[in-house]
Design a protein around this ligand. Structure first.
Ligand SMILES: [Zn+2]
Length: 281
């Protein structure tokens, strides 16, 4: 072996180590942004007093992550059952109407993944537009903040605004109850960050992508860009003080990692992202 080839071999070996202890953090192989419904709001007053009277068509997404060591799903969208409702599912007395144009089950099939293939499941929180299809994923290990888990499977989930029927089948699932942050694959590629406030145990997800760079998947720490830019905590919220702290935490997380914030429900951001079966890397 010539010296030059040996040097290249050493460099290649070092590059191979980058994800397992080198100074460059590991990245996931693929991230699929899956359209998981829409939530049409007639009056934004409950999301920002300053936007009272305005309407919005929130987008809704599920995120499927391909890591070298398995599949992970983040958020499960509106219920696939809404696909049979041409006029959508009306909540809050018609203030909000939920749609599911294409069932998550169909989107996964298109990618070539079965629900049973998903080994890791985490939801930002258990409101209906994020837990709608949770019952598909009984084979997955469930990652949830302890207080969210206790509220979800305790005696009064409805008090927390949770739709218990959405995730009832996960009661017997292998669950990792978190009290803070959690590195899912142990290499820094996917990290759950505790971000309470919107719900009692809300969380966000840091995902490292090799080409796109790091992104933070927002859950509902914020619903649309105008609220993020002004750091407004919505009136419709579990704990406003915690939400403000969580927004500052996310701001620091973005700055520390040079990461972008992907706001799950923001219509303009959604329009700019490639959707499954396409993926980002
Ligand atoms: Zn939501």
């Amino acid at each position: 072996m010539s010296l030059r080839i040996a040097a290249i071999a050493v460099m290649a070996a070092l590059a191979g180590c980058a994800g397992t202890g080198g100074d460059r953090p590991a990245a996931v192989e693929r991230l699929y942004v899956i359209s998981c419904g829409e939530n049409h709001v007639k009056d934004l007053a409950r999301w920002a007093a300053a936007d009272a009277g305005k309407s919005i068509q929130f987008k809704n997404h599920c995120y499927l992550i391909r890591h070298a060591r398995g599949w992970m799903l983040w958020d499960t969208g509106n219920s696939d059952a809404f696909a049979a409702l041409p006029n959508g599912n009306s909540v809050f007395g018609g203030l909000l109407v939920q749609y599911m144009r294409k069932p998550l089950a169909d989107s996964l099939k298109e990618i070539g993944v079965e629900p049973a293939d998903i080994q890791h499941l985490a939801m930002s929180h258990l409101h209906g537009d994020h837990s709608g299809n949770a019952n598909y994923f009984t084979a997955a290990t469930l990652y949830m903040q302890g207080p969210e888990y206790e509220a979800a499977f305790g005696p009064e989930p409805q008090k927390f605004g949770f739709a218990a029927a959405n995730y009832a089948k996960l009661r017997g699932s292998k669950a990792v109850k978190l009290s803070g942050d959690h590195d899912v694959f142990g290499d820094g590629a996917v990290v759950i960050k505790s971000a309470p406030g919107h719900t009692i145990g809300h969380q966000v997800l840091l995902v490292r992508l090799a080409q796109t760079g790091p992104v933070v998947l927002s859950g509902d720490v914020v619903h649309y860009a105008a609220n993020w830019n002004a750091k407004r905590v919505p009136p419709l919220n579990f704990n406003a003080e915690q939400s403000a702290v969580s927004m500052r935490m996310v701001e620091q997380l973005l700055a520390q990692n040079g990461a972008k914030l992907w706001i799950n429900h923001d219509p303009e951001q959604s329009n700019a992202l490639p959707k499954a079966p396409a993926y980002v890397q």
